[in-house]
Design a binder for this molecule. Structure first.
Ligand SMILES: NC(=O)c1ccc[n+]([C@@H]2O[C@H](COP(=O)([O-])OP(=O)(O)OC[C@H]3O[C@@H](n4cnc5c(N)ncnc54)[C@H](O)[C@@H]3O)[C@@H](O)[C@H]2O)c1
Ligand SMILES: O=C(O)C(=O)C[C@]1(C(=O)O)C=C[C@@H](O)C=C1
Length: 300
């Protein structure tokens, strides 16, 4: 399945990064962009994103071999319904949503007669909008493709090849498994960051603004994550509710165990736990999966 024409629906951080990466790495591919927001379409035109930015979602996808929905998870169904009348026969519809099982169901309902191959580039930043994107975002990062049982090998290969061409490493897995793994590695960490920063800010009265003043180290790392897009993350937690709640239950139990160790003065327990987590961090670095310490000046 040749991909000569791509349509990107949603031109925020991820959609605009895909547009930039195609421009740099697949210049022969024609790209049409659409966003529901007039403002975003205006900025995308000013930035020169895509070969053309189209106001009408139906016109945006006409002739596309691959349509990528890069909208918040809770907006996937609307976006799919809006493009449905414009899709050509044989077009592949994909998405970049951070949770997969619910999105796959929504897309299958909205587009029952089309080829749907969901995907999730596990790469992003705390920023959003078309100006925040950059072409190298997917380089060396994982993209997880979650085809349904009836997906053709050809269509999966086309989406896999597309993401590899943008520099990503591709893994294929079941949507439910993806949602369990990402609940641990991405969704829970965001929930924890949102909690810590919110709690610290509520404690400002007690600490007389010292939280902000002395936020140089660990706390500052959490504030980067806690600055992530509120709408995107609202939708992720609502969509991946079961896996997040299961992971949170386990987290709460472990937190209680550490709380107990502190209360009982159980230094051995604390040291054993921290030694294990330090080893995990070091093995991530050895596997080359760390993109360095948080870079607050990262290109966006
Ligand atoms: N931000 C990340 O780190 C990251 C990483 C990987 C995947 N994702 C996923 O990518 C998707 C997009 O996230 P983002 O960070 O680019 O968000 P973003 O807020 O930067 O961009 C989303 C864009 O979608 C547009 N939009 C909303 N509803 C629409 C509709 N019905 N039709 C057309 N356009 C619509 C918005 O106007 C906005 O411009 C989300 O599903 C998110 O879960 C995000
Ligand atoms: O680096 C960040 O700022 C991110 O939060 C990126 C991150 C992640 O949790 O790893 C966030 C959401 C995604 O769906 C994929 C990637």
């Amino acid at each position: 399945m040749a991909i000569d024409r791509v349509a990107i629906v949603g031109l925020g951080l991820i959609g605009s990064s895909i547009a930039r990466a195609i421009d740099e790495r697949l210049p022969q591919v024609a790209v049409t962009g659409h966003d529901a927001s007039d403002d975003v379409r205006g900025v995308a035109r000013e930035l020169g994103l895509c070969d053309g930015i189209v106001d009408d979602p139906v016109a945006a996808v006409a002739d596309a071999d691959l349509v990528i929905l890069a909208v918040p998870v809770g907006r996937m169904a609307d976006a799919a319904a809006a493009i449905a009348p414009g899709l050509k026969a044989g077009a592949i519809i994909s998405d970049v949503g951070s949770s997969k099982a619910g999105v796959a169901d929504a897309l299958a309902k909205a587009l029952p007669d089309h080829i749907i191959i969901p995907a999730h580039p596990v790469a992003g930043t705390e920023n959003s909008g078309p100006a925040a994107g950059f072409a190298s975002l997917f380089e060396g990062r994982w993209c997880i493709v979650t085809p349904g049982a009836d997906a053709s090998d050809e269509a999966v290969a086309a989406v896999t090849g597309f993401w590899q061409a943008l520099g990503a490493k591709v893994e294929t897995m079941d949507a439910a498994h993806h949602d369990m793994v990402l609940a641990v590695t991405s969704h829970l960490p965001h929930l924890i960051a949102y909690t810590i920063v919110g709690t610290a800010s509520e404690l400002e009265e007690v600490t007389e603004s010292e939280v902000i003043k002395y936020s140089a180290g660990g706390f500052r790392d959490f504030t980067r994550i806690a600055a992530s897009d509120p709408v995107m993350w609202r939708d992720v937690f609502l969509a991946n509710k079961d896996a997040v709640l299961a992971t949170l239950q386990r987290f709460n139990e472990d937190l209680t165990a550490l709380q107990q160790a502190i209360r009982r003065g159980d230094g051995a327990k604390l040291e054993e736990w921290f030694t294990r987590t330090r080893a995990i961090r070091r093995s991530i670095i050895e596997q080359g999966q760390d993109d360095a310490a948080p870079d607050f000046g990262r290109k966006h």
